[in-house]
Design a protein around this ligand. Sequence first.
Ligand SMILES: NC(=O)c1ccc[n+]([C@@H]2O[C@H](COP(=O)([O-])OP(=O)(O)OC[C@H]3O[C@@H](n4cnc5c(N)ncnc54)[C@H](OP(=O)(O)O)[C@@H]3O)[C@@H](O)[C@H]2O)c1
Length: 298
Amino acid sequence: MTEKFMFTKLRIAILGANGQVGQEFKYIGTSYEYFHFDFYSKQNLDISNQEEVRAVLDKNYDYVINCAAYTAVDKAESDAEACYAANTSACQNIVDALKGKDTKLVHFSSDYVYHTYTGFPIREEDSTKPQGVYATSKLEGEQIIRASSVPTLILRTSWVVSSFGHNFVKTMLRLGNEKSSVAVVNDQYGAPTYARHLAQTVLEIITQVAANPALLSAFDETYNYANEGIVTWYDIADRIMKEKGLSCLVHPIPTSDYPTPAARPGWSVLSKHKIKEQFNIEIPHWYSALKECLNAIK
Ligand SMILES: NC(=O)c1ccc[n+]([C@@H]2O[C@H](COP(=O)([O-])OP(=O)(O)OC[C@H]3O[C@@H](n4cnc5c(N)ncnc54)[C@H](OP(=O)(O)O)[C@@H]3O)[C@@H](O)[C@H]2O)c1
């Protein structure tokens, strides 16, 4: 363990603190007494504003965790400028502000950057074929970060759910209480990511790096992260109704019956081998993650 870690709290800035992942950091952060967090929501830091970003990141944080993003994937198709501002040019603002500093960056990206069918869990080195504004904006954001000299850990995640913010689980709970049946797509494969598990994993990685500086090399890498297992949205919806004892019937439908402005990847099954090996972590199965999330919503 380094001296700094033992005697000085690591200073961490959370950007996008009012989103699903950002709020999970707020929630779990209190149990990490060796970290000091500053939380910045969009209201007090717009990451697309270069001056605001510079002013905040001038504070020489040990880590900046960027949870801020434009995530309305369908709206992005008709609102490309705002999407690129938050997901792409904001990455330039962040790395410009961190240039020459001793700050490490954690950045989240998306399964949407792959949009590829491999027949196997997608590995980080597999090809990327983003479709649509959101997906392209996320990949270009990654590329800007990688081209910089800022040590950055990029986590590509999928289907984020939480007791905070808006997400599929909360929508299904609402519909399950309001309707007698609901139709849900059953031909997109992937796994949900419980935002709390994602946040815990990031803090575990930072803890491990503090104890073993050799792991700093991870801050030049991209990792996938999602809960374990392979499911469709239909499977998740059906499980939610059963867990909550809701009589709402869930009907499986193909994606073609639920057209959306932005194309959805049919195969978002991410290989987690790299992150599990590197940090010796176990990732909870989607089913236990869903149960935890439902309990947190209670
Ligand atoms: N949600 C998913 O299913 C999913 C899947 C794969 C990857 N990811 C990635 O995971 C990360 C976290 O996602 P999330 O689910 O926590 O998203 P989220 O709940 O939508 O939160 C994003 C937060 O960023 C804020 N924000 C938007 N533009 C901003 C700006 N210019 N400056 C500062 N803050 C801004 C949003 O504020 P407003 O709400 O006020 O705009 C919101 O509070 C993102 O990088 C996302 O791309 C998410």
